[in-house]
Design a protein around this ligand. Sequence first.
Ligand SMILES: [Ca+2]
Length: 222
Amino acid sequence: MTSGHLQIRWFAPFLALVLAYGGSGCGDDVENPIETNPNEVITTVTLTFAPASGGTNPQAQFRDADGPGGADPIIAGTTLTVGETYTLTVEFLNELEDPPEDITPEIFDERDEHQTFLVGERVEGPATTVSTDALIRHAYADTDTLGLPIGLTNTVEALAVGATTISFGLRHMPLINQLPQKRAGLEDEVAQAGGFDSDNAALALPGSWDVVVDLPITVEAP
Ligand SMILES: [Ca+2]
């Protein structure tokens, strides 16, 4: 997979849809087989940056409301202000449902099975190696019931003026025989592997990706 392009990577959710709608010969009498798939179906990812000093909240969004194929995704980057510190919250929607389903509460309920990762060449944070020219600094700001990061709430500092693309992924690590697969230090493993691209053989995270999106971020002077 070529890095640097704006894209979503549909893994199991796409397969589930293919199986649901392509593998059945009985028309509209399809019971919801997606429920048996451990991955969430996510069409829309919204990152909201609330500045500590107040004011409007910049948002970055990946939206592919009709799912894989069909219309192209709509990708909206955002602009941050150097010197500002933001609380970054994340919302996940499944817009294939009518009305659209907010998946975020479900992810929080299953927080011991989920973790987000934020990486990029110009990102400094727990999932990246040291960057001397970082534009933003990321930190987790929430923990699951075992004290491990979730990443639905984060802190982002805008360090320097410039433009970059971040990759943001949600990993789902379902219990196996009631035992957690999520473990301490996954963000370190991503950092050591140099990111979480799907063909990254150096990375052996448990579980699978619910969604991965690339989003442009610009940092401007105040
Ligand atoms: Ca589409």
